[in-house]
Write a protein that binds this ligand. Structure first.
Ligand code: C5P
Length: 266
């Protein structure tokens, strides 16, 4: 299915999104960017963008693409004014920052004004099966005044903390357990993570400075807000929001798409 412009009515509470798609396909076993790998005949990035376009309040989407193949991504979204493509960075955090910096330009082109509390979603193209309900819950919590909202699920496996790594006499790699965390207190976070515009811009500006100075990056955007002492809230995520990382994930995602009842949830 070709990406389409939805020619939207101007909405009262516009939401903008960054879809991160600048990662490599190495762990998936492909010699191409992961977001261009096809799942049931559609690339992961097109599927992720389409999944967001289903929500009428999402009026503009910035896609981050690997620099070397940016023209391939531009071709995919050619003629879709509400989607634009920017080069990704060396790590996910910098890709998101590049995407955020483009949002004011996109908003202006589309005739919207950004305010400090405009909801911004940051979504991984790799989570292209995320259902509408999980995205809506994040947007509604942002509109209700939460400045940082992450979809999350309870953890089902018992979790251990380890310290030293070693090997047995026959060479089996082992790790020594040093403790256990109460899994009832843990949540596994997903995307789209949602933020008020002023909150996420400040968090990323400071995060980019920290990365330049100390080389330390954050693997999710919520962590950058937590580092500033901001309150971060969780909504209920979805098992459909799995992050497609390995070949096994691809097989699971293909099977999920064959199930009419689960597809309907999208
Ligand atoms: O590598 P990881 O699975 O954590 O990537 C999560 C998401 O971030 C993926 O959608 C990937 O395309 C994106 N990414 C990015 N820029 C990078 C690395 C990853 O946009 N430099």
């Amino acid at each position: 299915m070709r990406p389409q412009s939805l020619g939207r009515e101007v909405t009262m509470n516009p939401v903008f999104a960054v879809v991160t798609a600048a990662g490599s396909g190495t762990r998936l076993g492909y010699d191409m960017p992961k977001a261009l790998v096809e799942l049931a005949g559609e690339t992961l990035v097109e599927r992720a963008v389409r999944g967001m376009q289903v929500l009428p309040e999402i009026v503009g989407i910035v896609v981050t693409a690997p620099v070397e193949v940016i023209s391939d991504f531009e071709k995919i979204f050619e003629g879709v004014p509400e989607v634009c493509v920017v080069p990704g960075g060396t790590v996910r955090q910098l890709s998101v920052y590049n995407g955020l910096l483009e949002i004011p330009n996109l908003a202006k082109r589309l005739g919207y004004e950004l305010t400090d509390s405009t909801p911004i979603l940051i979504h991984d193209a790799a989570r292209c099966l995320t259902p509408k309900r999980a995205i809506s819950d994040v947007i509604n919590a942002l509109l209700d005044g939460c400045k940082a909202v992450l979809p999350a699920l309870p953890v089902t496996d018992t979790q251990k903390i380890v310290d030293s790594k070693s090997a047995t006499s026959s060479g089996i790699e082992i790790e020594k357990v040093s403790g256990q965390v109460d899994r009832a207190q843990l949540r596994a976070v997903q995307t789209p993570q949602g933020f008020h515009w002023a909150t996420i811009l400040e968090a990323h500006e400071i995060g980019a400075k920290r990365l330049r100075e100390s080389g330390v990056d954050a693997t999710d955007d919520g962590a950058l807000v937590e580092q500033l002492g901001g309150d971060v809230y969780l909504t209920l995520g979805s098992e459909m929001s799995l992050k497609i990382t390995t070949k096994l994930d691809m097989i699971i995602a293909s099977e999920l798409l064959k199930r009419d009842d689960l597809r309907a949830e999208q």
